[in-house]
Design a protein around this ligand. Sequence first.
Ligand code: CS2
Length: 493
Amino acid sequence: MPTLPRLAAATLPKLPAPVRRPGYDWTAAAIGIVHLGLGAFHRAHQAAMIEDCLERGESGWAIAGASLRSPETRDALAPQDGLYTLAVRGPGGEALRVIGAIRESLVAPEDPARLLARMARPETRIVSLTVTEKGYCHDPASGTLNEAHPDILHDLAHPERPKSAIGLLAAALRMRRMAGLRPFTVLTCDNLPANGRTVKRVIDRFAALLDADFGHWVADQVACPASMVDRIVPATTDEDRARISAALGMEDRWPVVTEPFSQWVVEDHFPLGRPDLAASGAEMVADVTPFEHMKLRLLNGSHSTLAYLGYLAGYETIAETMADPAFARLVRRQMDADITPTLHMPPGHDLGAYKDRLIERFKNPALRHRTWQIAMDGSQKLPQRLLGMIRERLAAGAPVERPALAVAGWMRYVAGIDEAGRPIDIRDPLASRFAEIVARTGPNPETLGRALLGMPEIFGVDLPADPRFTGPVLAALAALFRDSARATVAAAA
Ligand code: CS2
């Protein structure tokens, strides 16, 4: 294949006609948002909605994005003048759009001072985050700052050179306070429970530990609206890059691939203003909680259920797992019988249609969303995806066999060896703890299950003490070891 020119400002006019491109003067767009966590999800979701705001002529809201770890996004985007392709894949094929909203890409560990200076500028009115659950350095079961977290210890000792998102927010807020500026609004876009309140609790505490006076200012002044974000964005593959570059007739090293569906429900509390997100399709509400529960439990809870059990059954993607009727039946029953009774949607909201749509989205064969990718960081995900709902069902005196099977699927997965005897590449901040436990218990479902249940940062202290939960979890774990995931799911569905 001849070498293709690189997607960039200079080549943009040569894009083939069907590829949508910025219709506004993107090179002159002024930055008003700093985004921490410049991953695929941000670029396929919030950045696409901001692009629509910029297209409508709302100036001043372009994005400076920062990666908190690796330089690869900046290295790919810089030669492309920040441009990248959003590929939307649905039943009707693939639609390509080049996005111009990301006007600056930074790498926090390389130059924290530059990022902090950007966050501290008066025109930065929002700092948004997609740093994943573990990026909040909190204890997932209680939602409070993990004061023993190595990055938090580091950032408290060196507040001018922070490593964590929390340390960066605090350092930039301190600079603003010193300059007599009002704080930016902190907009979390991660799948955390009560994400606004959680980030607020964590930042308030961190600031108070730094200095009591600053802590009061942060507690009084910093707004952290909650938001529920939804769009399925699998990791981009080399095959995606090759296909998209061929369609563009130019090389894009950093495209993102997603589905047609996109939802953003945002609590409307932005003291320094905001772009008109509603005009871009977001729902601005007074209380995100019902939407958050709906999404975290129905979508992410089902995702995690399919990811662990599907991976163990040898399925590589969610679509493949859903093509097995027993798995599809299990998640639909879990949605209808276990999760739905815990949801309290505003009047007029059609939950049945939402669930039907979810099933279709999971089955979308054009998205190769790997079970392994979703299985990552289970220790941070289980509490809000499954355990909160399980607690509510237990309080209502209801059985929890199906969600207990999902939890057992996670336990069987973190045991670290698959059904064919191959090692599983477990990615989780608590992975070394799991390995220690497994080294002690071996694949004995009873001792392994009890040891994992004994991790309060995941299960709290209530669930391990409730035999109505531990009984079904240990029984399901025994069945998974004895009979395989496929057989156990088939028997449960
Ligand atoms: C997924 C989510 O990776 C995961 O854990 O469940 O990223 C999911 O695709 C998004 O939340 C969808 O909005």
